[in-house]
Design a protein around this ligand. Structure first.
Ligand code: DQA
Length: 143
């Protein structure tokens, strides 16, 4: 099983960025925890602050991966282009968020433009949101 773990803008700052909301794990800590827990999975880890780069990686994943686990970060709430990229590829995408979007106080965070074209959404479990998404692929998606 090959999975792309894709992270959007500002997630390179995890660990120091608003730790009361996003926790103290860095993105590298999260990626190591996935590798440790699921040695049978071949992960590719990518992060970008640029929308176009994320779109290109989604396109590329279609021929190389069995699925995508994607935290689009702030682009969740703004990006029609990322939504279209996800719906343009055949492999399934699961959207993940560290925080529970529905507990956040800013109303715009409760709107996801990308969720409607994803298989499902896991939100609010910190780094375990990524783990729960992997569990879906292990149980439901054929290699
Ligand atoms: C986030 C939630 C988004 O609203 C925010 O812009 C992020 C992180 C999360 O993982 O909780 O950057 O996607």
């Amino acid at each position: 099983m090959k999975l792309l773990i894709l992270n959007g803008p500002n997630l390179n700052l995890l660990g120091e960025r608003e730790p009361e909301i996003y926790g103290t794990d860095t993105l590298i800590d999260i990626n190591y925890s996935l590798e440790d827990t699921y040695p049978e999975i071949e992960f590719t880890f990518l992060q970008s602050n640029s929308e176009g780069e994320l779109i290109n990686w989604i396109h590329q994943a279609d021929s190389e991966q069995n699925g995508i686990i994607f935290n689009p970060a702030a682009y969740t709430h703004t990006s029609v282009a990322l939504r279209d990229a996800i719906s343009s590829v055949k492999i399934p995408c699961v959207e993940v968020h560290l925080s529970n979007l529905f507990k956040r106080t800013e109303p715009f965070r409760q709107i996801s433009l990308t969720a409607g074209v994803c298989k499902g959404v896991v939100s609010g479990f910190g780094k375990f949101s990524y783990h729960l998404a992997v569990e879906y692929f292990l149980r439901e998606v054929e290699e």
